[in-house]
Design a protein. Structure first.
Length: 282
């Protein structure tokens, strides 16, 4: 398993890194469209829409991404769209977690399927627009989410159950603890402090997410970082809820040793649009 994970990670990095740092944005856009289309195919399978519709969902995502690119939204998205995307994730995430695994199956299947495709398209648009703002900006958002995940994992393993007698969401993801959540929050703030200091020391021409929100003062930055950390947890829980409802351990086996695309990007689906919302409105 470890060997598979390492090989898959090396192959992905070999594809992503040249595209990420390429002068022309098209390689990055094309590669990420493929990943989002794969996530759309997985989403169809998780919601039991059938083989044909699962592939149709992937095609619809590709066409929708091409359409928003033609609209010029990759360069400048209407701020209202990010506000609506943020509100949708907050309301939808809270509702899904409150209703639990059994509640998800009560939604009409077509609504679940189309809604998920819409969220995937918004995540892609946020991803490529963040890349357009600069590699430093995009990486700062990605590392924020990865730090929340890594710190949550280690704090949960080391301290889970020692301070809180109740789990975070036992019916959705029994292994997640509140100690892990607060460990993830700590990781987010540490990364933000280090990254912002590094940007200042090297006088980076490309602002990061952290320097943009910190410029408004810590009274703005602290709630923004807490919000991002919380929504990364929501993204993780939402995908776990859908998989548990479908009776599947992984979203697919497309990434050997890692599961599926959705398993790798679940926390990014809400946080990427929310990062763009915060930057647009703050």
């Amino acid at each position: 398993m470890l060997k598979q994970r390492v090989i898959t990670a090396v192959v992905l990095l070999a594809l992503l890194l040249p595209a990420l740092f390429a002068v022309n944005p098209w390689p990055f856009m094309g590669l990420t469209v493929v990943l989002i289309a794969a996530g759309a195919w997985e989403w169809g399978r998780l919601n039991g829409v059938g083989r044909v519709k699962a592939w149709l969902g992937a095609l619809l995502c590709v066409l929708a991404c091409a359409w928003v690119q033609q609209l010029g939204w990759v360069l400048a998205t209407p701020p209202l769209l990010w506000l609506l995307a943020g509100a949708l994730w907050v309301v939808l995430g809270a509702w899904m977690i409150q209703r639990g695994v059994s509640g998800w199956a009560l939604w009409p299947r077509t609504v679940r399927w189309i809604g998920g495709l819409l969220l995937l398209i918004l995540a892609w648009l946020a991803l490529v627009q963040a890349h357009h703002k600069g590699v430093n900006f995009l990486l700062s958002v990605l590392v924020l989410v990865w730090a929340a995940d890594v710190f949550a994992y280690f704090f949960g393993r080391a301290l889970g159950g020692r301070f809180f007698s109740f789990k975070l969401a036992p019916s959705i993801s029994p292994g997640k603890s509140w100690e892990g959540v607060w460990g993830g929050v700590l990781g987010v703030f540490l990364v933000a402090l280090v990254w912002a200091q590094f940007d200042q020391s090297v006088a980076s021409a490309q602002p990061s997410f952290f320097t943009l929100i910190q410029a408004k003062g810590w009274w703005v930055a602290v709630p923004a970082l807490l919000f991002m950390a919380a929504m990364s947890v929501v993204g993780d829980l939402v995908e776990s809820l859908v998989k548990r409802s479908a009776g599947m351990k992984d979203s697919s086996g497309l990434l050997p040793g890692h599961g599926g695309v959705l398993d790798r990007v679940d926390a990014l689906l809400p946080t990427l649009p929310l990062a763009m919302m915060l930057v647009a409105w703050i």
